[in-house]
Write a protein of this length. Structure first.
Length: 129
């Protein structure tokens, strides 16, 4: 039971950090992305949480954040710049045909990621957001 509680606490913290990254709550602190990635590495190494789940979730969060035009441009670029890390982890885990196929789909998704300009604060006000 202690292992489950320990894992749950780290999983909750990783998710909390993910929300902070996804919502750009610390957009002037790029180390918050590294903290999120480090917590994911800890989960992958020292808990029963599947490594592929952590890597795919991390990649998805970084790509979704990079594509979110409401967030600041510099934050979106930082997230896209870090997307290679979970992709590297997925590559290391691609030891079956199904996982290799999933890895290739992620490679293609990252390669095809085009960032649209961020919405300016004035545009947000004009749109009533």
């Amino acid at each position: 039971m202690g292992l489950v509680l320990h894992e749950s606490a780290h999983l909750d913290h990783w998710r909390f950090l993910g929300v902070r990254v996804r919502c750009a709550l610390d957009a002037d602190e790029p180390r918050s992305i590294e903290h999120y990635l480090a917590e994911g590495r800890y989960l992958a190494r020292f808990t029963a949480t599947p490594q592929s789940l952590i890597a795919e979730t991390t990649l998805r969060l970084l790509l979704d954040t990079a594509r979110d035009t409401v967030l600041p441009w510099h934050w979106r670029c930082l997230c896209l710049d870090q997307a290679w890390r979970p992709l590297r982890d997925l590559h290391a885990l691609a030891q079956t045909p199904a996982r290799h196929e999933r890895y290739q789909a992620c490679v293609h998704e990252l390669a095809a990621c085009v960032l649209q300009p961020s919405i300016t604060p004035n545009e947000l006000i004009a749109a009533g957001l």
